[in-house]
Design a protein around this ligand. Sequence first.
Ligand code: CDP
Ligand code: MG
Length: 134
Amino acid sequence: MAIQQTLSMIKPDAVQRNLIGSIITLVEANHLVVKKMTMTKLSTHDAKEFYIIHKDRDFYSKLIDYMTSGQVVVLLLEGNNAINVYRDLMGSTNPTEAKEGTIRKLYAEDTTRNSVHGSDSPENAIIEIDFFFK
Ligand code: CDP
Ligand code: MG
């Protein structure tokens, strides 16, 4: 498998519960390398832009309120097959459906406050990496 880069966020619920280190430990244990990292608080404008693909969904405004409720840690991760490796490590969007050992099974509070973001395709990884690290 080829080396890929993916964009990860540790979301406000996890930052607020002091889980940054625990999540990065899982990332590194799964052979993903942190290449860039920053901590920021998203503006409403930025959160809306980042999640523009979901603008017509009923959860959009709830998602924007949540994502702007506190700081996030943004990580550029690199590794073999990084996009799918990290998606697998995250687990399902709804933590009640997430597999044992995944970040969301371990830490997510609910389908909105689900602790982490990860790019879902090579195309979106490029867009999302540019969004934060251009
Ligand atoms: O993050 P992921 O790619 O697994 O899920 P998504 O379908 O792309 O949704 C983006 C984010 O919107 C989720 O991670 C949740 O924080 C939120 N969401 C929500 O609040 N309620 C839903 N029914 C689905 C997603
Ligand atoms: Mg998604």
